[in-house]
Write a protein of this length. Structure first.
Length: 131
């Protein structure tokens, strides 16, 4: 736990293999995982680059659920760059798109949204998002 470089090393091997095999779903998931590793390391810009690549792959195969997950992750990475307004906008779009259908990513999305709102000193809406 916490050995990000080792995790990235093995994830990059998986990404390379899936790229060679043309397995777009697994490739997209692997690239998203690389984004998560970089986000957890605090490298928001590199994380966003990975998320953008993963998002394009998931759009290509039509995986709406994966797109929503990646968009939420990208919103979280924007927090590291203090890009709070853009993060808020993207995260609200994820929440609106999910609507009443529900999605496993929503708890984290609302957490990211609360952080984006706090970054803009929108205290009351942040408290509402956190609930």
């Amino acid at each position: 736990l916490g050995d990000f470089e080792k995790a990235a090393f093995y994830e990059e091997k998986e990404v390379t293999l899936n790229r060679q095999l043309g397995n777009l779903r697994s490739l997209g998931n692997g690239v998203n995982s690389l984004g998560e590793i970089r986000r957890l390391q605090g490298d928001g810009q590199k994380a966003i680059e990975y998320y953008d690549e993963a998002l394009a792959l998931m759009k290509e195969i039509g995986s709406k659920s994966s797109e929503l997950m990646i968009l939420s992750n990208r919103g979280g990475a924007r927090l590291l760059l203090s890009d709070f307004e853009r993060a808020e906008s993207e995260l609200r779009n994820v929440i609106e798109t999910v609507g009443d259908a529900g999605h496993f990513i929503l708890p984290e999305t609302f957490c990211f949204l609360a952080q984006a709102l706090l970054g803009q000193n929108k205290i009351a809406p942040a408290l509402e998002a956190a609930q």
